[in-house]
Design a protein around this ligand. Structure first.
Ligand code: GA4
Length: 332
């Protein structure tokens, strides 16, 4: 037998601009460790070889662009985003504003078809297919998280978002270009809504996602930034073929603070419109967010008191975007 003198080495890029890249085609034991490490360090990573079909992604992007190019009145046919429907500039219910328009949907087939019936059956079908595909991806990642944390029940996190009563939601954001060179020139977006607000640089302000896990995909326009542990903002180059994963507050609570939810924001772009779509995997309202027992020890005492997703969601929706909501649930 001829023994090769050099062991073949398949070089893979594992970081881009310092951000972990997780290749989902690797073997499970490596993968689960890499995912846990990235979720501890950043609460954020990019996944490649994710298995979601290009066709589903491009069909959803097309439906999204068609929707946002409709006249305002038609878009408003989806109802105000209170909480589900079409929204423009207003974020949440406590005065936050951003340079965007969006559609926010409950991530279940009945609700999607109900809220989007004024748009088209194609829109509703496509969004549904997309939501199913990214939900499966989120569950796969959560099973790997459980494996990497050596938790006995490998589906402990994914079953929360697979539950029929899961409170997951889906959002498509459209950020029109903002002229930063001459901010006195009204941009197309302002003309359309006849508001003469001076464009700010913030598309969507700093926050962490309240849910368990977020799966984001955007077109090839940048703007997303994540906050690193030292408080500096890291710009994330867009990658329209891949997904970005964010650890949410609920997963931070379930892991007793071992995995960290990542603060992020979107800066307005001066030239091209940015469109992003996010699936937010959430538990049922009555699910407990108590930490899994293996995450508690004498060195790692319990960080948060007992609370349900319903209580957390209520607190989130009563807060401002930039608030640190988990602090309200800290153990005394
Ligand atoms: C952030 C993550 C999701 O986009 C969202 C947002 C929600 C909204 O836009 O209505 C919130 C925001 C998000 C966090 C705090 C509250 C609620 C706006 C806001 C001020 C849909 C979600 O679930 O929480």
């Amino acid at each position: 037998m001829v023994v090769p003198s050099v062991i073949p080495f398949r070089s893979r890029k594992t970081r881009a601009h310092g951000i972990p890249i997780i290749d989902l085609s690797l073997d499970r034991s490596q993968l689960s460790q890499q995912i846990v490490k990235a979720s501890e360090e950043y609460g954020f990573f990019k996944v490649v070889n994710h298995g979601v079909s290009e066709d589903i992604i491009s069909r959803t992007e097309r439906q999204g662009s068609e929707f946002f190019s409709k006249p305002l009145l038609e878009k408003q046919g989806a109802g105000p985003a209170a909480p589900f429907g079409y929204g423009c500039k207003n974020i949440g219910f406590n005065g936050d504003k951003g340079e965007l328009e969006y559609i926010l949907l409950e991530a279940n087939p009945q609700s999607i078809s109900e809220t989007t019936k004024s748009i088209s059956s194609d829109f509703s079908r496509t969004v549904n297919d997309y939501v199913q595909a990214v939900k499966n991806l989120a569950c796969e990642i959560l099973d790997l998280v459980a494996e990497g944390l050596l938790v006995q029940d490998k589906s402990i996190f994914s079953k929360l978002i697979r539950d029929v009563n899961s409170d997951s939601c889906f959002r498509i954001n459209n950020y029109p270009p903002i002229s930063t060179i001459d901010s006195s020139v009204p941009n197309l977006f302002d003309e359309q809504y006849s508001c003469n607000v001076k464009p700010t640089r913030i598309g969507f302000g700093e926050h962490s996602d309240p849910q368990i896990l977020t799966i984001l995909r955007s077109n090839d326009v940048g703007g997303l930034e994540i906050c690193s542990r030292d408080g500096s903002w890291i710009p994330i180059p867009p990658d329209s073929n891949q997904f970005f994963v964010f650890v949410g507050d609920a997963l931070q609570a379930l892991t007793n603070g071992r995995l960290v939810s990542v603060r992020h924001r979107v800066l307005a772009n001066s030239v091209k419109p940015r469109m992003s779509m996010m699936y937010f995997g959430a538990p049922p309202l009555n699910a407990s967010l108590s930490p899994v027992p293996q995450m508690i020890s004498s060195q790692n005492p319990r960080l948060y008191r007992h609370f349900t997703w319903g209580e957390y969601k209520k607190a989130a929706y009563s807060s401002r975007l930039a608030d640190h909501r988990l602090n309200l649930f800290k153990n005394q």
